[in-house]
Structure formats: C-alpha cells, structure tokens
Design a protein around this ligand. Structure first.
Ligand SMILES: Cc1cc2nc3c(=O)[nH]c(=O)nc-3n(C[C@H](O)[C@H](O)[C@H](O)COP(=O)(O)OP(=O)(O)OC[C@H]3O[C@@H](n4cnc5c(N)ncnc54)[C@H](O)[C@@H]3O)c2cc1C
Length: 303
C-alpha cells in the first residue's frame, strides 16, 4: 500500500505551501501535507509509508520550527487538533495521573487541568503547540519543563508498531527528549499532576502569565530562537549585543524580547537564517559564546 492510496479516506493536500502550517508563516512547498487527529489513522499512515519508502516528517502546530524556503521533499504529517479530552488514569494522595493524546493542544490541557484544580502545568500558560510537540522538545519555562511531569509515553515506530515507555526509560534534558530525533512519534502521554486548591492554581497561572509580559504578542514568531547557554540568558546577551530591531528582508529581531524574531509579513526562511547568523556572531564577538538553536530547522538543505 502507498500513502496516496489513503488519500480517499484521510484528507491530503498535495504541493502544499508550508507557510500555512507553522507559526512563523514561512517555508516552501511540501510534497504533501496530511492533518491527522487520531492515533489509528497515524498508525495506518506510518505502515503505508514504511511499505512504500516515502519520507515522512511529523509536526504538531509548527510553533517551534523553521521550514526552509526549498520546501520538503516528503509527506508532512500534522498530528494536531485532537478533540479527545484527557482522562484520569488513577489518583493517590494528592497525585493524579492523566493520559492525554499527543495531538491535544497544550493550551487546552492547561485550561483543563486548572478547571480541575490540578497543579503542575501552570508554567506552560502561553506556550502554543501540541502535547506531542511539547514532550518531543521538553517544552518549558522559568526552570520548569513538561518532562518533569511525564510518567509514561506511547510512541509509534517506523514499522507502524507501538512502544510503551515507562518513567525509567525516559531521559529528559533542557529542551530535549528521547523523541527529538523524529523516529519515535509520540502518540499519548501520561502526566502526574497534584490536586490543589482553585485559588492556588489560578494564582500560579497568573504568576506565570505575568512573566510573559515582555514577550511579543500578536506577531508571527516561533518562540525563543536560541537556547539559554549554561548559566546565562540568550535574551539578555542578544539584547546587550544590540540585536533588538535588527532586520533582514521581512524578518526583524523583536524590540520587546531579543530572543524572538518576528515575521513582519513577507519574511522568507532565508531572511530569518541570515538574521540568526548576524545575532549569533554578535553574541560570539561580545561574549565568546556560540548560541545553540532552540528552534528546529526542517526541509531540504537542513542539516
Ligand atoms: C509565542 C510563542 C511562545 C513560545 N514559548 C515557549 C516557551 O515558553 N517554552 C518552550 O519550550 N517553547 C515555547 N515556544 C515554542 C513551541 O511553542 C513549543 O516548543 C511547542 O511545544 C512546540 O509544539 P508544536 O506542536 O508546535 O511542535 P512543532 O513545532 O510542530 O514541532 C517541533 C518538533 O517536535 C517534533 N514533534 C512534533 N510533534 C511530535 C510528536 N507527536 N512526536 C514526535 N515528535 C514530534 C517535530 O518533528 C519538530 O522537530 C513558543 C512558541 C511561540 C510561537
């Protein structure tokens, strides 16, 4: 079976501009884009591709990627917008373990847990994307990250079989997980949250939301471009190196937060890459630090 044969049942967009499928709004044409919400459809696609040898890329909401202007010579599977709500698996003492699908939006999960007085995810307020994307990149803020809460992960492998990962199999580090390579696709996740009081959970939510005030809103970005170097802040270094407001083509380093690059409307990936190079060399010259990318560069020509 080949992927095209699934097109009668699963909607496929052939020769699709990737700029419609990431928050930066840039990137060339993909051979095909397949939005998928369910685990069973995802398994069908993976099995079909392993039979036919098609190249597959997995994305959620595309809020942490830079898709190159050369596009993607392969099928992009978008695991997102899964409407199935999280379920409570078990609880003991104040701890509550939930299971949530990888395609479920992270912001909805934060709201879901706050409504149930479940504490733990408040740090994630304001982080766009899917649960799967968050776990693959170990998304976090203010020294907390989703990996700290993960109790199990179910993944779909290249041959279409599922693997179950227990806590002991999982090693998360700063913005990295065992799933970052794109081989094992996260399909569902267990998280352990703590039952708290309504007032406390909402207070923590407001606290974390207030820490985001200095970030650009209503502009097209992919969050922080660079990782913080050990013991330092990429944003502060970029700011002190005079990067705020620098621009190339339609891309500009945010005037509000130097670690964000905004698409002013007609930016290309190439503009963003050139700006990244300029920022990186300014920080290298001033601090002797080589900033590493937090965003993932994907597409033909990406390393
Ligand atoms: C305004 C703004 C603020 C942000 N703030 C933060 C922040 O505070 N902290 C933070 O960590 N990030 C932040 N981000 C970045 C981004 O939102 C997160 O990294 C998010 O978790 C990415 O989820 P996604 O579904 O969009 O992943 P995508 O961007 O679609 O994918 C990112 C990577 O994960 C892989 N991936 C996606 N889904 C899966 C899956 N199911 N299985 C395996 N691999 C998968 C992709 O192949 C890709 O390599 C911000 C972004 C924006 C635009």
């Amino acid at each position: 079976m080949c992927l095209s044969s699934l097109a009668s049942r699963i909607p496929v967009r052939f020769q699709e501009p990737m700029r419609f499928w990431n928050t930066w709004g840039v990137g060339g044409i993909a051979k095909a884009v397949m939005p998928i919400t369910s685990e069973s459809a995802l398994a069908e696609v993976r099995r079909a591709s392993s039979d036919a040898g098609d190249r597959l890329f997995i994305l959620g909401e595309g809020s942490n990627v830079l898709v190159l202007d050369g596009g993607i010579d392969g099928w992009v599977i978008l695991l997102r917008d899964d409407p199935s709500p999280p379920e409570i698996v078990r609880s003991w003492g104040n701890s509550v373990e939930i299971r949530v699908s990888a395609g479920y939006p992270l912001r909805r999960l934060v709201n879901w847990s706050v409504r149930r007085r479940l504490s733990g995810l408040e740090f994630a307020v304001g982080i766009p994307g899917t649960v799967g994307g968050a776990v693959a990149g170990n998304a976090g803020a203010q020294g907390r990250s989703i990996g700290d809460l993960v109790s199990f992960v179910r993944t779909l492998e290249v041959d279409g079989t599922f693997s179950d990962w227990g806590k002991g199999d999982l090693t998360f580090a700063y913005r990295s997980s065992p799933f970052a390579g794109g081989t094992s696709w996260v399909t569902s996740v267990g998280l352990v949250l703590s039952l708290s009081s309504d007032g406390l959970v909402r207070q923590r939510l407001r606290h974390f939301a207030s820490l985001r005030k200095g970030q650009p809103k209503n502009s097209r970005t992919a969050g922080c471009v660079f990782k913080n170097p050990p013991g330092g802040s990429a944003g502060l270094m970029l700011d002190s190196a005079g990067c705020k407001g620098l621009s190339v083509g339609g891309a500009m380093v945010s005037r509000e937060h130097a670690n964000f690059i905004e698409n002013l409307g007609d930016a290309t990936s190439d503009d963003i890459l050139k700006l990244i190079d300029i920022c990186r060399s300014r920080v290298r010259d001033q601090f002797g630090v080589n900033l590493e990318l937090e965003i993932k560069v994907i597409g033909d020509g990406a390393l």
